[in-house]
Design a protein around this ligand. Structure first.
Ligand code: GLU
Length: 271
């Protein structure tokens, strides 16, 4: 009788442990972490044929996942375009998003953010030799592309009130194609993203080097992730203190045409 009650208690404890572990995952099972990254952005998140995507965001995400206790094999990568980042977090399609995801008050209404782990700035990209666009004001009446779900275009049209002809695409690669084809005049988004594309085709494109707005990259989390946010901030601090952040920045942006800071950004509160 006594033996039986102990084994019943053990079975109960095992079931509880299983249930608790199962709570951890969003998209995958309890032993994996599902991370949303970009798949079409050279230098940040680029997937070129079935394997693991590569880039600064991917390396940062891997580092964080490892600090959270996951091995490389336990990471499941998922493509998150700008337009589906909030939805993916709200629907638990992913556990976290590391995808040039700027922290904004509007997004904070529906998701949580750890970090920022990097601060980019918004800039404008044109075809080399374009002589009639050198400031944001020059975009008045010009064809301007950005990805839907990003806030970059609205900095130009709403914040700066410049009457550009807006073209929104699914992702930035499509903007680059439209620019190459002469169907639009300029692309606007973060300097990290634009510099990545420019570095892919040297001589073709030019960044104007305008610091239009700070883009503080956070790690997107489902609402109510205060504890995980604190853990991720500790991981980001370690990544800067042990020199890994600088190593990743040099590796991915070393050849790109923009200045990057290797200083750790100041965190927001997690709550
Ligand atoms: N970082 C900006 C944003 O989150 C623009 C780049 C992007 O779309 O990812 O809106």
């Amino acid at each position: 009788m006594r033996v039986r009650s102990i084994s019943t208690a053990l079975a109960g404890a095992a079931a509880l442990t299983l249930a608790l572990t199962a709570c951890g995952g969003g998209g995958g099972d309890e032993n994996t972490i599902t991370i949303g990254v970009k798949y079409d952005q050279p230098g940040l998140g680029l997937e070129e044929g079935g394997g693991k995507p590569v880039g600064f965001d991917v390396d940062v995400a891997s580092y964080i996942a490892q600090e959270l206790g996951y091995t490389e094999d336990q990471i499941e990568w998922t493509e998150s375009a700008s337009a589906n980042r909030e939805t993916f977090l709200q629907q638990n399609t992913v556990d976290m998003i590391v995808a040039t995801y700027s922290i904004t008050d509007e997004r904070r209404d529906v998701v949580d953010f750890a970090g920022p782990y990097y601060v980019a700035t918004q800039d404008i990209l044109v075809q080399s030799g374009t002589d009639d666009i050198s400031t944001a004001e020059d975009l008045e009446g010009k064809g301007l592309c950005s990805a839907s779900g990003s806030r970059s275009a609205y900095t130009i049209t709403d914040t700066l009130e410049i009457g550009a002809e807006l073209r929104e695409t699914q992702n930035y690669s499509e903007c680059l194609q439209l620019l190459t084809d002469g169907q639009i005049d300029a692309v606007t988004t973060d300097n990290t993203i634009l510099a990545g594309y420019a570095a892919q085709q040297p001589g073709e494109f030019e960044l104007l080097g305008l610091d239009l707005q700070e883009e503080r990259y956070g790690v997107g989390l489902p609402k109510g992730s205060t504890e995980r946010c604190e853990e991720i901030n500790a991981a980001i601090t370690k990544m800067y203190e042990d020199g890994t952040a600088e190593e990743y920045l040099d590796k991915h942006f070393g050849d790109a045409d923009f200045e990057y800071s290797t200083e750790q950004p100041e965190f927001d509160d997690c709550a």
